[in-house]
Design a protein around this ligand. Sequence first.
Ligand code: GLA
Length: 504
Amino acid sequence: MKRALVLAAALLGTALSPAAPALAKTAYDGVWLFDDTPPTPGVTMMEVTSKGGKIAGTVTTKWYGPVEMMNPRIEKGELKFEARNLNDKEHLTRPWSVALEDGKARLKGRIWESEVDSTGYKGKSADAKARAFQFSTLAPLGAPIPSKIAATPPMGWSSWNKFAEHIDDKTIRAQADAMVSTGLRDAGYLYINIDDGWQGKRDANGVLQPNEKFPDMKALTDYVHSKGLKIGIYSSQGPRTCAGYEGSYGHVAQDAKTYAAWGFDYLKYDLCSGEWFYADADTVKRSYYEMGAALQATGREFIYSLCEYGRFDVGSWGRDVGGQLWRTTGDITDDYPTMAKIGFDKNGNPDWAGPHGWNDPDMLEVGNGGMSADEYRTHMTLWAMSAAPLMMGHDLRETDAATLAMLTNKRVIAVDQDAKGAQGKAVRKVGTMEVWAKPLAGGRVALALFNRGDAAASLALSPADAGLASVSQVEDLWSGARTAKLPASYTVPARGAVMLTVGG
Ligand code: GLA
């Protein structure tokens, strides 16, 4: 008997005495409450137990729910552990620590871009219950959701690139006004999209309310509709959107109904904090399906824009979950290197693009001032050649003449909006030059000649670039000049572009 006990104690790694230190509770045991941490990741509490000498615990965050402590241990009086990290293959986990300071718990750690250094105070189990994260479950995938809209790439404006979170009802109405007065609406730009930053809190029934900057969403959508425009809204399948606002996690069907009741026509659904919960192809897909099905169930027609930065070959399943466009990349910024990297190299697999489903290399920066006229011309040419959605991203009230001419060029827009819906691609690369071709409905072909270098360069285009035996009609889309044959060569300024249509 005694021998068995000794053996059991040895196996447990403890001494026989009940007062053995390894069995003692740690000073960290219990519930610790955090009230004022920075919103990302928004720590709400920490729970620690040390049953049988084994420490376990979680740090609950608004972004990621409970983050489990891995390998928790006491070292030099501090509680140390590792926690799962994301978006960083070099750091799949990050070290965290907790120190006791004047009876409070100082928690330090990091997840992705969020640095935590926060102090919590002792709470009770009732507090833990009140702050417990409510997990939501995902249904299996259902039948593909049919889409009859977006026969050509959606066109419009979104608030994010220029205004980020600094948006309100008045600004959105003013953009709708400017969309009409500039002639942009009549050039084809239809959607006024509110991106992140409109959300307030949920009411007692869980219905999401806009924040105080948007006093009446129904009145706002009515106003935008009265201008002959459509209007879009934004959310995430995570608990928090990318800018830290309330996401749709646990409220997906309810939110879809709310957007429909308010009169929205378009939803951009951005993975954001959802990437913690939906980290593989299957769950990401199901999480998009969940909202796609919820939008469909409202009976209202929505353009559904998937924003998960091109993960898991989204183009191959974007249509099945109800999407008409899907982001192929991380965020654009208003500078040539970022725009070029996205437009040339991260604009999505052309095989997936076509009527009712489009690769989305992100919104336009034309008019925001960070690129030269030649660079913006390259931006617009690339997006049109790619059959990309054309979502403007500048303050429409400040559209100068050159910007307006670029954004309303009918010939360029016609290539983007061509009924065949083919996504153009590079057919030839020579030094710093790239030749792109996009077949159009009716047999003509759009050709673009890009100079990615920092000095002007020349190159001749040939009918073969367009897959034609000969060319008898050439239209320079930026200038409008028409000729019967291709010139001996084109000289393209540094970072500039030439765009043509040719016919046999
Ligand atoms: C992500 C998206 C952006 C924008 C912001 C809003 O970064 O990729 O397009 O919607 O979130 O927070």
